[in-house]
Design a binder for this molecule. Structure first.
Ligand code: GAP
Length: 491
């Protein structure tokens, strides 16, 4: 079976399939859409729920991790303590000519190698006169824009990608990414609250509540899945960078000094989670944050990156957040955030290892990673292209489709009976229209792992054919055993 096109996979194909088959729609589409916001359709919400459910199980079905669901709106002091009011900013420039707005670091990232070389030459003609290796140019350019002040100097030397004019960018300004709103009827400073930009803070402020209520001792973790909001200057690449998204975060509280060990442990667990759900090792890589680019709270940080059609992109961060957040909350709230170790009689502020995955980005990565176009045999012995989502069955939105081969001889009644039975436990789909080959193709495209067909043999021996999506192999199973069969396959 020839596999083709994997290297030609474009984001447009994914976006088009997602819309056509009801995975993801543009938000408020009939009004022209709202930038950076997307809606999950019938299949999308099933699959997203499956991603979140797999994460929830893998995190909280342990004896040392508890779950919570904190509110999105929190006391505004939380975000002062966390450092987000002061530091959660991106450098932004506007084009004075065409009014386009850009994140300065993204503008730099998207410059061609040639443009970077030209800029280096313009600034230091002697040093960069001759031929330079590509890696040297990249490294020198990264050095050039490493600080905010340096970056601001380079902005006027770049042409605006929208209108092409040079020297039209304003000076870079810091732009805070948190969305603001007001509690109560008066819209003034004292009523300002923020839509949370990360779910983690809801965990820190509940650290003592959870520990006491669940009688946990260190080391233990708290997990949460929920919406987060960031007023991103440039949204892009479908679900990759949006203004509203979901995170799956876990904060693991530990004794200081054991952080390096736990950091390695959680790195291993998290990479394995993606691989266990079907991502290929070659589509995943680690990226360690350089020390000078670490977030304000981090001692060490690694991203799990996935190979999207537009290149490598972060899907999860694993961070050593030290005791930064708890210490700051202690300072700002005046409440002790310390832990008393009854065995050693020590009192200390715990360190935290954070695993922070995007549910929406993981969803997109699973969609991209499972998309295949390949040749498949037809009933007439020819071959045709099929689009198939080779999703892990646990993530597939529909677990099985049920077909009567023809709409007579009692086959629809038997098929409906199987559907009714399976529906008690699984999300299934009944389809009786068109040739069976076409019905298979429709299910392949949405990643349904099993298709069950009632045919003339069923009338004689009560068996049905079960066709497996990836191998396209068929086997006969007693119809009374189908539910057991699916339960086994979905374990
Ligand atoms: N609590 C730590 C934290 O929020 P982060 O690296 O800023 O760390 C964690 O975000 C994850 O959240 C990312 O790996 C990504 O999957 C997801 N994420 C962040 N910003 C996003 C955005 N604008 N759109 C979609 N997902 C986003």
């Amino acid at each position: 079976m020839a596999q083709v096109f994997k290297s030609d996979l474009t984001l447009e194909k994914i976006v088009s399939l997602a819309k056509r088959r009801g995975f993801v729609f543009q938000s408020s589409e009939i009004y022209g859409g709202l930038n950076g916001c997307w809606d999950y359709g019938p299949l999308g919400v099933e699959m997203l729920n499956n991603v979140k459910q797999q994460w929830w199980k893998s995190m909280t079905y342990r004896d040392n991790v508890e779950g919570i669901d904190a509110s999105i709106l929190m006391h505004p002091r939380v975000w002062e303590a966390s450092g987000h009011v002061e530091n959660f900013t991106d450098p932004m420039v506007d084009c004075k000519q065409c009014k386009a707005r850009y994140r300065l670091d993204v503008l730099f990232d998207e410059l061609s190698l040639k443009k970077k070389k030209d800029l280096l030459r313009e600034l230091d003609p002697q040093k960069f006169a001759g031929q330079q290796k590509d890696e040297v140019v990249e490294a020198e350019f990264a050095k050039l824009v490493a600080t905010d002040q340096d970056a601001a100097k380079i902005a006027p030397m770049i042409s605006c990608p929208s209108c092409g004019n040079k020297g039209t960018f304003t000076e870079a300004r810091k732009f805070n990414l948190m969305f603001k709103t007001f509690v109560g009827p008066v819209e003034d400073q004292s009523a300002t609250v923020y839509l949370r930009p990360e779910t983690a803070q809801g965990i820190y402020v509940n650290f003592l509540n959870v520990m006491t209520a669940s009688r946990q001792k260190l080391p233990f973790g708290i997990a949460q899945i929920g919406k987060a909001f960031r007023n991103e200057i440039n949204t892009k690449n479908f679900l990759f960078r949006t203004r509203e998204f979901e995170q799956m975060e876990m904060q693991f509280f530990i004794k200081p000094g054991t952080d390096d060990e736990w950091f390695e442990y959680w790195r291993g667990e998290r990479m394995q989670w993606f691989i266990g759900l079907g991502m290929k090792k070659e589509q995943l890589q680690w990226h360690q944050h350089p020390k000078d680019k670490l977030a304000h709270y981090a001692k060490d940080a690694y991203d799990i990156e996935f190979l999207f059609p537009f290149g490598w992109g972060e899907i999860e961060g694993v961070h050593n957040r030290t005791n930064y957040d708890l210490t700051r909350h202690e300072q700002f709230s005046g409440k002790s955030m310390k832990y008393f170790d009854e065995e050693t009689k020590e009192k200390y502020t715990p360190f935290v290892i954070e695993t922070s995955a995007g549910a929406s980005r993981s969803f997109m990565a699973f969609l991209v990673g499972s998309y295949n176009e390949e040749e498949a045999p037809t009933a007439e012995g020819k071959s045709e292209m099929r689009v198939v989502l080779k999703l892990n069955p646990k993530l597939a939105p529909i677990k099985a489709a049920i077909f009567p081969l023809v709409n007579r001889d009692g086959m629809p009644e038997i098929a409906r009976g199987i559907e009714k039975d399976l529906r008690q436990y699984f999300r299934v789909f009944y389809d009786d229209s068109g040739a069976v080959g076409r019905r298979y193709r429709r299910q392949d495209e949405t990643g349904t792992p099993f298709c069950i067909t009632v045919d003339s043999q069923t009338l004689q021996d009560q068996t049905v054919t079960v066709r497996e999506r990836d191998s396209m192999q068929q086997e006969r199973i007693a119809s009374a055993k189908i539910s057991e069969y699916l339960t086994d396959k979905l374990k």
